[in-house]
Design a protein around this ligand. Structure first.
Ligand SMILES: *Cc1c(COP(=O)(O)O)cnc(C)c1O
Length: 438
């Protein structure tokens, strides 16, 4: 498969954009290839500027749960744009959007959040939620878990340090030690450590933030027990439990991860799906917590383009389609299972010891054996082998995320035939990879 135009575009891009990309994963660096430049997308397919078509499992990293350029969403863009692109003043669409989110976020027949503030990205949502939680509790410390990604704000760019388990070190240059000294880092799915952390620091912890299913190091589901322990410890110690639902929101179910697991957090962050492909984020929580946010309270947070009419109308349309067609989730789940089971079959037929994790429409083939339930498990993966597999899949017209450490995203536009063809390509690519290595 030729990708000369993309390679040429990439060279030109590097003259004007750092690394030629506006988000690092797009550079395909971890797989050692030139990135593709996209021309268009339609349904489950994406087309590059060389004219190659691929079945897309990136789906813009999650937002496109209905696939590319869904007619109703594209229609909303043009309809809305004719009335104006931005006002920086209130519109009814913002209210409607907030209502849809609150009314969807149901656990045990009750809304888990009361008030929602719209922002422009997932990063902004988590950053702002943490500020509100700190304002509400008048505490500074935050607990996150290794392998969870919560955007690129300073306080969240932290991994666990060696030795002392819970104090983190920055994962990026430019993040002051002073800023992250308030961020504790725990091991995902480790209830015992969680209890220890609360025993030592519970009275200082403003918030615990977690991806209920980790979608940023492949796919790892939280155990029920882990989420339940977190819920109980936060209640007991007066800490705010924040579910980062930027991936899981409206993906695991219409009631998001909270509904899926039946566990209510105190706050939730959204992004990706709620914008339908337009830049958006949102954070919400219990009224008492959200009342700390300005203009009601002293926690400042603002945004010139927040609640942008295009993002509101397109996002809302996507959410309405999901709400009014609940069978979509059944289809996504069954395609996810089919893909995961097919991958497991392919792996076992070839005598390979690889693990497949799946939660609904999120699937990951880990190039490592055994059960993978935390970051350390993911780090056992044979990355060079994945990279070969990625290239073989790309050449067969299957676009995976260009790194081992991301999920495959299935959309409602994917067909059973897409899944079957993908599995055929997986079998051949895995066979080639294992043959090469003997
Ligand atoms: C993508 C993502 C974010 C960051 O969202 P951006 O819109 O990229 O800033 C935060 N949390 C999770 C779980 C994500 O997957």
């Amino acid at each position: 498969m030729k990708r000369e135009m993309s390679s040429r575009a990439y060279k030109a891009a590097q003259n004007y954009i750092p690394g030629g990309v506006n988000s690092p994963v797009r550079a395909f660096r971890s797989v050692g290839l030139d990135p593709i430049f996209v021309e268009s997308g339609r349904g489950s397919r994406i087309f590059d500027i060389d004219g190659n078509g691929y079945i897309d499992y990136v789906c813009s990293w999650g937002p496109l749960i209905l696939g590319h350029s869904h007619d109703d969403l594209v229609g909303k863009v043009t309809e809305t744009a004719r009335k104006g692109l931005s006002f920086g003043l209130s519109t009814q669409a913002e209210v409607e959007m907030a209502r849809i989110i609150v009314e969807s976020y149901i656990v045990d027949s009750k809304p888990a959040i009361d008030l929602v503030r719209m922002v422009n990205s997932g990063t902004e949502a988590t950053m702002s939620a943490l500020r509100a939680a700190r304002a509400y509790t008048r505490r500074d410390k935050i607990l996150k878990f290794e392998g969870c990604y919560h955007g690129h704000s300073d306080a969240m760019l932290v991994k666990s340090g060696s030795g002392a388990l819970t104090y983190g070190v920055p994962t990026s240059l430019g993040v002051p030690e002073d800023v992250i000294k308030h961020t504790l880092v725990g091991r995902y799915n480790d209830c015992e450590q969680l209890r220890e952390i609360f025993k030592a620091h519970g009275h200082e912890i403003a918030a615990v933030i977690v991806e209920p299913v980790v979608g940023n190091v492949g796919v790892i589901s939280a155990g029920h027990e882990f989420l339940r322990a977190m819920r109980e410890l936060c209640t007991e110690h007066g800490s705010v439990l924040i579910f980062d639902e930027v991936i899981t929101g409206f993906r695991l179910s219409y009631n998001s991860a909270a509904g899926y697991f039946g566990i209510a957090p105190d706050m939730a962050c959204f992004g990706k799906i709620i914008g339908g492909g337009l830049p958006v984020g949102a954070y919400g929580g219990k009224a008492d917590i959200m009342k700390t946010v300005s203009p009601l309270g002293g926690a400042y947070q603002a945004g010139t383009l927040s609640g942008n009419p295009l993002a509101m109308h397109v996002g809302m349309k996507q959410l309405q389609i999901l709400r009014d067609n609940p069978e979509i989730y059944g289809r996504l789940d069954s395609m996810g299972s089919r893909l995961a089971n097919g991958l497991r079959q392919a792996v076992s037929d070839l005598g390979l010891d690889y693990t497949v994790n799946q939660v609904g429409s999120l699937v990951c083939l880990f190039f490592a054996g055994g059960s993978i339930t935390d970051y350390d498990g993911v780090m056992r993966c044979d990355v060079p082998r994945f990279n070969k597999y990625f290239k073989l899949m790309l050449d067969r017209g299957i676009l995976l995320a260009p790194t081992q450490f991301e999920a495959m995203f299935i959309s409602a536009a994917h067909t059973d035939a897409d899944i079957e063809y993908t599995l055929e390509c997986c079998r051949e690519s895995l066979r080639e990879v294992s043959r090469d290595e003997g």
